[in-house]
Design a protein around this ligand. Structure first.
Ligand code: GLY
Length: 422
């Protein structure tokens, strides 16, 4: 098979790593990819939102399957354009993608189909949003309605901070994504990320992990796209997985199909395990980043049949995935300044070393300069991942690799996995 992977982050590098190991693959191309992905893919410099360019590339390489990584490509309508061109695609249509691209859409969807989530208010201007704060207690959860690369959520401890976040959003900090703001009730509990595949009719749970969203150790500092993950996470008891499937996954796939947009791809359910059971925090219409990295390390089955089955409506014909019993962990190395303004251009040495069996570094925001030197070119720069019999061993292995990488302008959290390890 010829496969085109769309994206350039750590998520896409881990997908490329796993897909490249499949005996079904003849040719693997990434657009635009990153320097690390060059080890598995041919790279083509087409942007993830250049829908026409990506369709043309898929035709040029006679792609049997296109795998969409990021939400921006989903929102741009890539799956719709590929469907029109008759090219199988792993990834939902832009209509189904509203489950991620509009938080207001998703809240109304939850109301319509009875999915448990937090109380909320959708506000069209700053004055209305400030007034709506009256209906909530601190900490206040303020979210830009649209896509904001994981940075559109502020948890404000007091009213002044909440009002500043509202001013920021309506002041244009997130562009059009902040033209509407959703204020939510703060949910108490433990956070989790669960993934489910769907081919438009049939669905299956496809693993889970726990992310660390705050930028600093001890869950301090602003929210990020995710600073590290591990899987399996003890919060996901069999009972919780079953509740998430029954209360969130199945109704979501049924609801979006009833809306006329059957879902093809992976749905990422970000949930809070509360005293009243799981509640939806957010849906994402793609694999999590860096959740995908630990899932790919633990996935024993060949990934390609699952991606293809979602794209072609054949998920009912294959058994559920097999997972390794091992634990996997991912530590994000970010550029100083992230999630604000990351320092660009920092030199990175040693990222391509051999860190031993079951340790792997996935690239994210990296570039190579004219001399071939690896440099930072984004907020989250590298994903240092490891797998071992226990989470403690996996963590030690990952941080040994982190310490061997020379990236003076970078930083990471040191406490990934703390909820499981104490
Ligand atoms: N790690 C959270 C996300 O991918 O949105």
């Amino acid at each position: 098979m010829n496969i085109l992977i769309v994206g350039s982050g750590g998520r896409e590098h881990s997908l490329a790593w796993k897909i490249a190991a499949s005996p079904l693959v003849k040719r693997l191309v990434a657009a635009p990819g990153n320097p690390g992905m060059a080890a598995q893919c041919e790279l083509r410099n087409v942007a993830v939102t250049d829908v026409d360019g990506l369709v043309a590339l898929a035709q040029q390489i006679a792609a049997d399957l296109v795998v969409i990584g990021p939400e921006t490509a989903v929102a741009a309508g890539l799956a719709d354009a590929l469907a029109a061109a008759g090219i199988p695609c792993f990834g939902p249509t832009a209509q189904a993608g509203q489950l991620e691209s509009s938080k207001a859409f998703t809240k109304a969807f939850c109301d319509r189909y009875g999915l448990p989530t937090s109380a909320y208010a959708v506000c069209e201007d700053a004055e209305a949003a400030k007034a709506a704060l009256e209906r909530f207690a601190p900490p206040y959860v303020i979210k830009a309605d649209g896509l904001a690369a994981g940075k559109g959520v502020v948890i404000a401890s007091d009213r002044a901070e909440a009002e500043a976040a509202i001013e920021d959003a309506f002041g244009g900090r997130f562009g059009q994504a902040g033209a509407r703001v959703v204020i939510e009730e703060f949910l108490e509990g433990e956070i989790g990320s669960l993934f489910a595949l769907c081919d438009g009719k049939t669905s299956m749970v496809f693993g889970w992990a726990q992310d660390h969203k705050r930028v600093f150790d001890g869950e301090q500092g602003p929210n990020t796209g995710g600073m590290g993950t591990y899987s399996p996470a003890p919060v996901f008891t069999p009972e919780l997985v079953e509740q998430v499937r029954a209360r969130l996954v199945d109704p979501a796939f049924a609801g979006i199909a009833a809306d006329g947009a059957p879902y093809r791809g992976v749905l990422f359910v970000e949930l809070m395990a509360t005293r009243d059971g799981p509640k939806l925090v957010e849906f994402n219409t793609r694999f999590g980043d860096p959740e995908c990295q630990v899932l790919m390390l633990r996935l024993k089955s060949d990934l390609v049949p699952y991606l293809l089955a979602c794209a072609t409506g054949r998920l009912a014909q294959i058994p559920g995935p097999e997972w390794r019993d091992d634990a996997a962990i991912c530590v994000v190395l970010a550029a100083k300044g992230y999630p604000g303004t990351p320092q660009a251009g920092g030199v990175i040495k040693g990222a391509d070393a051999d860190f031993g069996a079951d340790a792997v570094v996935f690239h994210a925001g990296t570039t190579r300069d004219a001399q071939g030197m690896l440099r930072a070119a984004g907020g989250r720069v590298l994903n240092v991942c490891a797998r071992a019999g226990t989470l403690r061993e996996a963590k030690d292995k990952a941080y040994a690799a982190v310490d061997a990488i020379d990236f003076p302008d970078g930083f990471c959290r040191r406490d990934i996995g703390w909820r499981a390890l104490g």
